[in-house]
Structure formats: C-alpha cells, structure tokens
Design a protein around this ligand. Structure first.
Ligand code: BTN
Length: 273
C-alpha cells in the first residue's frame, strides 16, 4: 500500500479549525495546545490540581515522556499522531471510576470506525485494536478523596500517520496506525475534532444515563466474548473464558474449574484466533 507522506501531512494540527467545528456541552471549551510536552497527562494533572475545569483539553504535537499503562512508555513522535488528555470531574463514586475508561473506549472505537472500513476491537480495559494490532491506548489517572472523585485525567494516544518504517522495532509488529491500515494519511485535525465530539457525547451519556446506556455498544466492540484467554495479573495468571464486563468495569472470566471470577486489573492475552 502506498503510504507516502507529503510535507503537509507533517503539518501541525489546525487548532482554530478544531475549535470552530466543536459543538459540545462539556469538553473542549478550552484547549491547551503545546508543540512539545513531557506528557499531556502530567500537564493536565498539574492544571487540575491548580483548579483546571472539567472539559479542559491538552493536546501536544509530541511527548518526551509519553506514559502508557503499567509503567510503559508511549512512543510520541512529532506531528504524526494524536496525544490528548482531558480533565474530567465526574459525579461518580470512586468505585465506578473505571467506567471512564470504558466510556472513552466506546468513543474512541466509534471515532476510529468513521475512518477505517475494518472492524475495530476494544481489548479490555484500555486498548483499541484493528486486525489484532494496537492502534490506540487509554490511560486514566484519578485523584480521589474518601468517597469522592476529585478529578480524572483521561489520556488518549492514537497512531494516525505513523508509518511502520518510523515505528521503533519494539512495537513494529504489535502496533498499527490509521495510515498503515488504509494506505492514506488521515487528516489529524478532523480526527481530533471527531474524537472530542464523540467523547463529549459519550461522557454526557455516562453522566446522565449511567454506564448501562453505553454497555451494549461497548460489548459490540468486545470480540473476545466466549473466547479462551489468559489474564496476566501482577503476581498470577488465570486461564478461562472471557464473558464480558460488569457494571463496575471488571472483566468477568469463567475459569477452568467453571468458577466465575471478577478481574479488576490485568492484561488479557487471547489463547485462540
Ligand atoms: C496504553 O495503552 O498503555 C495507554 C497509552 C496512553 C497514551 C496517551 S498519549 C496522551 C496521554 N499522555 C500520556 O502520557 N499518555 C497518554
């Protein structure tokens, strides 16, 4: 597939165009746009700690210390992809904070579907895969008082015009990008606008209707239902059949003895195609 990038494809995001196009209730009224930052999640956390408002968005063209889940890093070269964080102040009990990741996964998967003609998959809890390869990741970090969420930083990284040649060897096999999948560079400003718009809609649905309103759509993107998986946790791994998620966002697994287990954190590895 031809994947030639012209100079304009490396161009910075068109912030004005994004702001002009947004019709949202909560997100993106204020966008902090940075050519470079250590991590948009760190930047957004500092803003939130100093009183940053719900819905403020941080976007950077590159990150020098992009953070992934489980202490990993997120490869963040300039002007090719999307690195975005949002400050949220949800009216949810802390126990339900994982619903923010699930909500964001639905918004992200629905956005990706508008740009590629291939099935999009949510890999619990925070990955978006296409063709079995990772296209995007979500990192949510919360700050809570007893019984109350003070804020959640919702961080999203999406590989947009990242060519296979430019990907570091460590991720070349396991990662993909919209351009690698379609053969054409994607308009990053348009993708960013759609994503913020969809996040605003899904977050509104979560706040007003509750997670059950989004659960069916989440399940539509969860392609491991009924499949054998291995769930790697910090100190142990469990084999079993993935059944879906519960209202708190935990993965429901039927283990090899037929017992139903609730997994709140871990890495899911499919055992069959
Ligand atoms: C993962 O899949 O491990 C989560 C990756 C999250 C990456 C994004 S990029 C924007 C935001 N800022 C960060 O430092 N990380 C998230």
């Amino acid at each position: 597939m031809g994947q030639e990038l012209r100079d304009r494809d490396y161009a910075p995001l068109r912030l004005e165009e994004i702001q002009r196009g947004l019709v949202t209730e909560r997100l993106g009224k204020k966008i902090h746009y940075l050519p470079e930052v250590d991590s948009t999640n760190l930047y957004a956390r500092n803003l939130a700690e100093e009183g940053g408002l719900e819905g403020e968005v941080v976007i950077a063209e590159s990150q020098s210390r992009g953070k992934g889940r489980l202490g990993r890093s997120w490869v963040s070269p300039p002007c090719l992809n999307l690195y975005l964080s949002v400050i949220l102040r949800p009216k949810l009990p802390p126990l339900h904070a994982p619903q923010i990741t699930l909500m964001a996964a639905v918004a992200l998967a629905e956005t990706v579907q508008c740009f590629i003609p291939l099935p999009t998959e949510i890999k619990w809890p925070n990955d978006i895969l296409v063709g079995g390869k990772k296209l995007a990741g979500i990192l949510t970090e919360s700050s809570c008082d007893p019984g109350k969420i003070l804020f959640v930083i919702l961080g999203i990284g999406v590989n947009l015009n990242f060519s296979k040649e430019l990907m570091p060897e460590a991720i070349r096999e396991s990662a993909t990008s919209i351009m690698a999948l379609t053969g054409k560079p994607v308009n990053r400003s348009e993708f960013t606008l759609r994503l913020i718009q969809n996040l605003d809609r899904c977050y509104g649905e979560l706040e007003e209707e509750g997670f059950s309103f989004l659960a069916k759509r989440w399940a539509g993107f969860f392609r491991l239902k009924g499949k054998r998986v291995r769930v790697q946790m910090l100190e142990q791994a469990i084999l079993g059949k993935a059944m879906g998620i519960d209202i708190d966002g935990a993965l429901i697994l039927e283990d090899e003895r037929g017992f139903v287990q609730r997994i709140v954190a871990g890495e899911v590895i499919p055992m069959e195609a």
